[in-house]
Ligand binder design. Structure first.
Ligand code: GUN
Ligand code: ZN
Length: 446
């Protein structure tokens, strides 16, 4: 351990994180330290382990942020969310296509106002941090200014964020429509301005097959392949009426997913939300191409879209992450999202053990985005984005936690009963960016 290093910061608490996928590697994938230290230098993890072992290796006078009684886990990763739909969360409407027409698209049309976009972006980023979410993959709107507003807000907070402007050139209200070459040119301008700046990355963002012509999908595929490290995000197979619509619009395609495949939209760093009404050939194709699925349980229940089949996704070898999908989703809390995920799986006779749940919200999501090694765990060298969870913050959870004997029980109670009230603090690159109370006391080491 380096000595006399001024920017060394040390956090003491119960610590849990994943080093691998528990579904593949078993229980050894989870590292847990009842009394642990997380040592951060220059915004990166330099060590994570039991206090007993690490304490003697640290410089004598280094202060410790002492959070014993609380739990540190890697910052949550929300892989699918629409920041411009924050204001219409919990809006009463029918299923997907009606909800889009009546609620989501009119809300997005208002983002032609840069001031409104700035205000919404600031609120959204603060709200992510308040929920312990340190990385998100986000849909902006078709408006360039909405992407600028979001990236500016993320940059000011030093957040890792992936986002892109929505592409639509048909089947949508006229103010949200633009010709395919225009959408392509504006995406390129945004990439030039933002991709790779700070911790920001750009995602090519065709909304979904029904709102793009073949020309637009082809341009999106070319762009995705042309520029290194770009991401791609869209929706697939969410709702049965939507699937029927795609079948009618693209009669030559084998399936909804195959539409995207034909235009080169699959591959590592491509992520598709929902993936409910897929068949096993689709799932295998996603696995073979390294394309990720975002399971969005609160949205799928809210819109009555259907039940995501995690067992089949795993059997095919596909990468799976979680999304809140606000505004169709009903919470920005990844804890609440896990709660609903558990129930969606239970309805299908499937299970979501707590270590698997934590994996989905952290390292599994990082892997789905091609960002493992940077975020999602406390392996040495990872960015020190983490969340301090306080099971004592909500009375019922506190009561349940009193009789929780194991970490599994603690984690399960947190995901079933917890929400943003349990997020005591959120850290980006080792720096506290949200605290529910006053700053933590720092004490001399010994
Ligand atoms: N499919 C196309 N656009 C959307 C959207 O904004 N939300 C959801 N849930 N599904 C979509
Ligand atoms: Zn969505």
């Amino acid at each position: 351990m380096a000595r006399d290093v001024p920017d060394l910061t040390v956090f003491r608490a119960r610590i849990a994180h994943l080093m691998d996928d528990p579904a593949a590697a078993g229980s050894s994938a989870l590292e847990h330290f009842e009394d642990g230290l997380l040592v951060v230098q220059g915004g990166r993890v330099v060590a994570c382990g039991p206090t007993e072992r690490l304490l003697p290796t640290l410089p004598h006078a280094i202060p410790i942020e002492d959070h014993r009684g609380k739990l540190i886990v890697p910052g949550f990763i929300d892989t699918h969310v629409h920041f411009a739909q924050t204001d219409i969360i919990a809006s009463h409407a029918g299923q997907l296509l009606e909800w889009l027409e009546q609620r989501a698209l009119p809300a997005e049309a208002r983002f032609d106002d840069p001031e409104l976009a700035r205000d919404a972006a600031e609120f959204f980023c603060d709200e992510l941090l308040r929920n312990g979410t340190t990385t998100a993959m986000v849909f902006a709107t078709v408006h360039t200014a909405s992407v600028d507003a979001l990236f500016n807000a993320a940059l000011a907070r030093d957040m890792r964020l992936i986002a892109g402007k929505v592409l639509m050139d048909r089947n949508c209200p006229e103010p949200l429509r633009e010709a395919a070459p225009t959408g392509d040119a504006r995406s390129r301008e945004l990439i030039e301005r933002w991709h790779g700046r700070g911790r920001l990355s750009y995602a090519v963002t065709p909304r979904f097959a029904p709102t793009s012509t073949e020309q637009q999908l082809r341009l999106a595929g070319s762009l995705f392949r042309e520029i290194p490290d770009l991401h791609l995000q869209s929706h697939v197979a969410e709702n049965r009426a939507e699937v029927a619509w795609v079948n009618a619009l693209f009669p030559d395609a084998r399936s909804y997913l195959d539409v995207y495949d034909r235009y080169g939209l699959l591959g590592p760093r491509a992520l598709f939300a929902h993936c409910i009404w897929l068949d096993d050939a689709d799932r295998r194709r996603m696995a073979d191409t390294g394309t990720a699925m975002a399971f969005c349980p609160t949205s799928n229940l809210f819109l009555g879209s259907g039940l995501f089949d995690l067992e089949r996704a795993h059997a095919a070898g596909a990468r799976v992450a979680l999304g809140t999908d606000v505004g169709a989703g009903t919470s920005l809390s990844m804890l609440q999202t896990l709660n609903e995920a558990f129930k969606v799986l239970k309805l299908q006779g499937q299970d979501l053990p707590p270590d698997h749940a934590l994996y989905l919200a952290t390292l599994g999501a990082a892997r789905s985005l091609g960002l493992d090694g940077r975020i999602g765990s406390f392996a040495s060298g990872c960015e020190a984005d983490f969340v301090l969870l306080d099971p004592g913050a909500a009375p019922l959870l506190a009561r349940r936690t009193r009789s929780a004997a194991t970490l599994d029980e603690h984690l399960f109670a947190l995901m079933m009963l917890g929400d943003e009230r349990c997020v005591a603090a959120t850290y980006l690159l080792g720096r506290c960016v949200f605290s529910r109370t006053t700053p933590a006391p720092t004490r001399p080491l010994r």
